[in-house]
Design a protein around this ligand. Structure first.
Ligand code: FES
Length: 251
């Protein structure tokens, strides 16, 4: 049975966590309620939504790669890369950013909310200035992934329980620490993603070094960065712009 809100629930006076229906946990980051901006089921009116011009161009460039047609393709198909743009601009998928994206794409904010809340890498709550994802899946777990996550939590003051269930912010609110399922770099086990870059194999002492380096604005563990690793078969030039322009997530 779907839980319902109490009859005296007044959204105007509610705190974000009050939007979680009775009977559901309120302390998990991904279930924290959020106030929608406008009507989430209405396609925003371009005359009423202010969208920065550079953001509009970025979104439109992505949308243009997914032309609408009778049988396949739709602006809706651009949802994930567009939400990624929103997250990179605002730090997370803010309600305002989602409305701006929905306005350019001419889809409902509710649709983009549903996509953003489904994927773990898209955040629907503030995630600090830095994002540390620690893999705790099988290969990394067998080589100390859980202890590595412990070390990050001890260093930052993030809540260990919450970090293992969706993420927890450090005490100063600047670093998001989150356990994560396989990040697809098992040969680096135990490994972590720090601000979209992969590092490993990590030792527990590396957690404190990484946090110190982030706070100091220094390069993180260059000797353990995936992007610095040699390639099997030797160094080869790449023509892939995701590599040459350094824009891929697995740099
Ligand atoms: S198990 Fe950790 S990256 Fe695959």
């Amino acid at each position: 049975m779907t839980p319902v809100m109490p009859s005296d629930f007044d959204p105007r006076n509610a705190e974000p966590e009050d939007f979680v229906p009775p009977g559901l946990p309120k302390d998990i980051a991904n279930t924290t309620g959020r106030l929608p901006v406008g009507d989430p089921e209405q396609v925003p009116d371009p005359a009423e939504v202010e969208v920065p011009e550079d953001l509009r161009e970025q979104i439109q460039t992505v949308v243009d790669k997914y032309p609408d047609s009778e049988n396949s393709g739709s602006p809706k198909s651009a949802a994930i890369p567009v939400l990624w743009i929103i997250q990179r601009r605002y730090g997370w998928c803010t309600p305002e950013g989602i409305v701006q994206a929905a306005c350019v794409m001419q889809v409902t904010p509710a649709y983009l909310e549903s996509v953003a809340s489904f994927y773990d890498l898209l955040r629907t709550s503030p995630q600090g200035e830095h994002q540390v994802l620690v893999c705790t899946n099988l290969a990394c777990w067998m080589r100390g992934g859980d202890e590595l996550l412990d070390s990050f939590c001890e260093k930052t003051g993030a809540d260990r329980e919450a970090a293992g269930h969706g993420g927890s912010l450090s005490e100063d609110g600047k670093v998001l620490v989150s356990g994560f399922e396989c990040l697809g770099a098992c040969d680096l086990a135990p490994m972590a993603s720090v601000d979209e870059r992969y590092f490993g194999p990590l030792e527990n002492g590396d957690a404190a070094r990484i946090v110190d380096q982030l706070e100091a604005g220094e390069e993180v563990l260059p000797e353990k960065a995936l992007e610095r690793r040699g390639l099997a078969g030797g160094v080869a030039e790449s023509t892939d712009p995701r590599v040459t322009e350094g824009k891929g997530p697995n740099r």
